[in-house]
Design a protein around this ligand. Structure first.
Ligand SMILES: Nc1nc2c(c(=O)[nH]1)N[C@H]1C(S)=C(S)[C@@H](COP(=O)(O)OP(=O)(O)OC[C@H]3O[C@@H](n4cnc5c(N)ncnc54)[C@H](O)[C@@H]3O)O[C@H]1N2
Ligand code: MOO
Length: 401
């Protein structure tokens, strides 16, 4: 078994080929990863622009107290008339500032008397004028290649008239649950030893949540030939093949042998000093990866996040960066092993500080997935050297939401 740090080092040293690139209509790119830098082709705004409704004036005319209003300058209007000394042009939020004017006096600061304004409250030079390039300057890289596209990225690309951004194609991740006791949803139960699968559904959800496309293979029995055939076919249709179950030491744990001996894959590592998930195995075949996760529901979920998410992100030209914070324990923490441990917990924010407790946690085996239900879920991460901790001590926490 290797240490957690060594497993991460090996994972990050893998040569991961990014997926191909495609162009999609702007709003279809939500959640995808950019395959191009987004560079401002113009200044924004391109010309000085009014930020309020009011009167465009020359600052040096402010002391004249009364100015004649020359014209109206609504937004969208290409203003041609300049503001001459002693005059004002009525100008609205979003209108270009007329030539000659450098300051905008808001409507609230003047009295309109016939065709003149009387300035009742002075403003500073340049007031309410958005300068050229206030938003961004021509040539600036606004969004880097590899960024995940969210609402702000969509809006900024819209403002740049980018109709079809280039994004990475979704990595295809095949999911296969193994276990003769495992039933898929909807499948008829025929004996009491059977259990419903959760793993392949949890993993499909995680794949989709992180930008991948799931090739759902369902559940298969602990049969070497069936597992071999499924994994073999999955290697043709997917970039990453993920299995659950069959990696520990039982007589029917065939997955590890299939990966090693039947698929002809090169094992990167098998076994890590972590809890849960110590039997996890990663192998590579050409540019494809096989990640064999333990069967327990909590183990397969945590190990998927640790070892598969980084591959999914790298295939989309990005990097998986878990959000880690230090939080203060509200209650004692009991270290269960001399491994790197991932303990489900709840994060609380009180007066701007992070706290953590284990409220509602069920105690038991790595089969318990319900400890990850609900909002504010997180994982406390402790090293093999760390022991029990008292309430009030700090602990490293991986935020999941
Ligand atoms: N003698 C030993 N026994 C076990 C060891 C060990 O080192 N020596 N390790 C334990 C640990 S730790 C883990 S983790 C598991 C991992 O075993 P496998 O990956 O071979 O998984 P299975 O035995 O196939 O299943 C484990 C457990 O999970 C349930 N399961 C399986 N598939 C699903 C699914 N799709 N959805 C929900 N639950 C699933 C299965 O019924 C088993 O209860 O081995 C320990 N044993
Ligand atoms: O290594 Mo297992 O996943 O702890 O229960």
């Amino acid at each position: 078994m290797i240490s957690f740090e060594e497993s991460m080092r090996l994972l990050h040293s893998l040569d991961v080929t990014p997926c191909g690139v495609e162009k999609l209509f702007l709003t279809q790119t939500l959640g995808r990863f950019l395959a191009q830098d987004i560079i401002a082709t113009t200044n924004s705004p391109e010309l000085p622009t009014a930020a309020m409704d009011g009167y465009a004036v020359r600052y040096e005319d402010m002391d004249k107290k009364r100015l004649k209003v020359l014209a109206d300058n609504p937004a969208g209007n290409e203003v041609t008339m300049p503001v001459e000394p002693g005059f004002a042009i009525k100008t609205f939020t979003g209108s270009l500032m007329p030539e000659g004017a450098d300051t905008l006096i808001p409507i609230e600061n003047v009295n309109l008397i016939g065709e003149e304004i009387e300035i009742v409250e002075l403003v500073k030079k340049g007031f309410s004028v958005r300068p050229v390039g206030e938003n961004y300057k021509q040539g600036e890289t606004l969004i880097a290649k590899g960024s995940r596209i969210g609402f702000a990225e969509i809006g900024v690309m819209g403002s740049l008239n980018i109709v079809m951004p280039k994004v990475y194609q979704k990595p295809k991740v095949a999911v296969l649950a193994t276990g003769s006791e495992v039933l898929e949803i909807g499948e008829q139960q025929t004996n009491a030893a059977q259990i419903r699968s959760s793993n392949n559904y949890t993993l499909e959800a995680l794949i989709k949540q992180h930008g991948g496309e799931c090739v759902q293979l369902g559940a298969v029995k602990d049969d070497k030939a069936t597992i071999t055939q499924n994994m073999h076919e999955a290697l043709h249709s997917a970039d990453i093949v993920v299995s659950t179950g069959g990696v520990s030491v039982g007589d029917y744990d065939f997955v590890k042998d299939v990966v090693r001996n039947e698929l002809g894959a090169e094992v990167v590592f098998k076994g890590v000093v972590i809890k849960p998930g110590q039997h996890v195995m990663i192998a590579q075949k050409g540019q494809k990866f096989i990640v064999a996760l333990p069967g327990f529901a909590y183990s397969s979920t945590v190990t998927f996040m640790l070892y598969v998410l980084p591959l999914i992100y790298r295939m989309q030209g990005s990097e998986y960066k878990p959000t880690m914070v230090y939080a203060t324990l509200k209650e004692p923490f009991v270290k269960k092993s001399k491994k790197t441990e991932f303990t489900p917990c709840r994060i609380l924010i009180e007066d701007g500080e992070f706290f953590v407790d284990f409220a509602g946690n069920r105690e038991g085996s790595s089969a318990i997935l319900t400890n990850m239900l609900g909002p504010n879920r997180a994982l406390a991460v402790t090293t093999p050297q760390e022991g029990n901790k008292e309430a009030g001590e700090r602990i490293l926490v991986w935020l999941l939401s």
